[in-house]
Design a protein around this ligand. Structure first.
Ligand code: FE
Ligand code: ZN
Length: 520
């Protein structure tokens, strides 16, 4: 006789618990503290890991199923885009420079994030935090791959993408994102989550993804848009991890509050400085504009961030130290950054150009208090110079901030005609900073930041030349040799857009009869 067995199906939450925390055990041959040594040395006190609310509630089998479906859809779009020569449908070849900045500066961060989460996914004592970090580690690896695949199609047709990993390791402006992530993942596990999950993904991620992905949509780049949607659904899980980690630390022990506050001050400012590159891309590199950096800042930082810090006030957390200066910077940083890249457009791995008249009008309208008054004159002057003496490039290298590694181009709060400049002496050596906030970050951990690999210092010390050259010998050009070391082809990968092969090729493919120098 058959016995009827009632198969009880577990609910989603129980099933999740069984498949994650249920697989955790406390070690007995070795004390737990020795097996998990890393999550205590930062000073964060955790009394009860069971209070951790798991933000993802995803088991591995469900995870692979969802991600597999997303990948199938994404690769179908990427294939269709390639087969239909989608690159010809973009607004203008100038747009591709935003993708160059992305593959050089953002995609490598996905890989850094993968490594960082894989590391902390081993280090937390609590199983919930470990599982969440492990899943995110896999997400980030997927992002690195899908971005590389989506953009690789453009690499067949445009310059400035073929050497992106080597550039990320060496080229001056790419040390800004690189040093940001290296700073984060050389911290402890709780600082890493505060830096990346909270400051970057919870607080600032919309300011990175919305400009790039809406920018792609407005400029006809469907493969990047599709990748963006595919990553965005992961991003919402990552944001949940960020806010959960913050609340968990704050609720576990009042002694955690000042540590978390110091990390928030630091990582908000570092993230904000990193986003300077995005601000510039948004206001100057998209032929079809989405919204200005200032508008994006007001929408995603000021209103969302303002509400968040009101909410966190009940734990004794205040808004980050640099908050007000960052809000004031919304009127300035994109213009200052593009002016810097314009001057150093012979040493970058993408093209620069002067805004066209209609774009200048847009900037005047979006920045009524600052553009005409402080920045337009500079571009007008360079346009004059370009007509009479040819394109001007700055031949000296800028001083870099020891912490954020951005060239000294930001101005004093309240006086946009003065470069904001700070210095401090540590063990008899002077170090320079773009802001009081970067200086404060240095002074909290000088032993860490004296080790910074600053590209300009490295060039002047001779670390960025090919082996076969003595750049000091007569007739050798240091700039040319550094570019050769970088693997950047002068005039092809960089220089002014108007004279680039990207421009002339694109015009040829589209049957455009305009000559170089005409308005695009
Ligand atoms: Fe990612
Ligand atoms: Zn700085």
């Amino acid at each position: 006789m058959d016995t009827r067995v009632v198969k009880k199906k577990l609910g989603l939450k129980d099933r999740y618990t069984a498949m994650t925390r249920g697989l955790h055990w406390d070690t007995s041959y070795q004390p737990m503290d020795k097996v998990f040594p890393y999550d205590s040395y930062e000073g964060i006190k955790i009394h009860d890991w069971d209070k951790w609310e798991d933000p993802f509630r995803l088991t591995m089998d469900a995870y692979w199923k969802y991600q597999g479906e997303k990948d199938r859809k994404l690769y179908a779009v990427i294939d269709a885009f390639a087969q239909n020569n989608g690159q010809l449908g973009i607004s203008d070849a100038r747009y591709v420079n935003a993708l160059k900045l992305f593959i050089q500066g953002v995609t490598p961060l996905e890989y850094y994030a993968h490594r960082g989460y894989a590391h902390v996914g081993r280090q937390f004592t609590g199983a919930g935090a470990r599982v969440a970090s492990q899943l995110q580690a896999i997400d980030e690896l997927r992002h690195y791959q899908t971005e590389t695949h989506a953009i690789s199609h453009y690499n067949k047709y445009f310059n400035g993408m073929h050497n992106s990993s080597h550039w990320n390791e060496n080229v001056w402006y790419l040390s800004v994102p690189k040093s940001f992530f290296e700073d984060a993942y050389s911290g402890g596990p709780f600082e890493f989550l505060t830096a990346i999950s909270f400051s970057f993904e919870y607080l600032l991620t919309n300011l990175l993804f919305v400009p790039f992905m809406s920018g792609a949509a407005h400029n006809g780049d469907i493969s990047t848009v599709t990748f963006g949607f595919s990553a965005q659904s992961d991003e919402s899980r990552h944001m949940t991890l960020g806010i959960e980690c913050i609340k968990f630390m704050l609720e576990q022990d009042p002694d955690n509050v000042p540590i978390v506050q110091r990390w928030m001050d630091k990582w908000f400012w570092r993230g904000y400085r990193l986003l300077t590159l995005v601000a510039m891309m948004q206001d100057y590199m998209l032929p079809k504009r989405v919204m200005s950096w200032k508008e994006a800042w007001e929408m995603y930082a000021e209103s969302n961030g303002g509400a968040l810090f009101k909410d966190l006030a009940r734990y004794g957390i205040r808004e980050p130290k640099g908050w007000k200066d960052a809000c004031a910077g919304k009127d300035h940083i994109s213009h200052q950054a593009w002016a810097t890249f314009y001057q150093y457009g012979h040493a970058a791995a993408f093209h620069t150009w002067l805004p066209e008249q209609s774009e200048m009008n847009w900037l005047s309208e979006k920045y009524p208090d600052t553009f005409d008054r402080y920045y337009k004159g500079r571009f007008d002057h360079w346009a004059e110079v370009q007509k009479t003496d040819g394109r001007w490039f700055n031949q000296t290298l800028p001083m870099l901030c020891q912490v954020c590694q951005v060239p000294m181009m930001f101005t004093e709060a309240g006086d946009p005609t003065q470069i904001d400049f700070h210095e401090t002496t540590y063990h008899g050596m002077k170090h320079h900073f773009c802001s009081v906030h970067c200086k404060g970050i240095f002074e909290d951990e000088p032993k860490k930041y004296v080790q910074a690999w600053l590209p300009v210092h490295q060039i002047y010390q001779g670390s960025c030349y090919p082996d076969d050259i003595n750049p000091a010998s007569p007739g050798d050009s240091p700039v040319r040799e550094v570019l050769r070391y970088y693997g950047v082809n002068p005039g092809e990968d960089n220089g002014d857009f108007s004279t680039s092969p990207d421009r002339s090729n694109f015009a040829k493919w589209r049957g455009d009869k305009r000559k170089p120098g005409d308005a695009a």
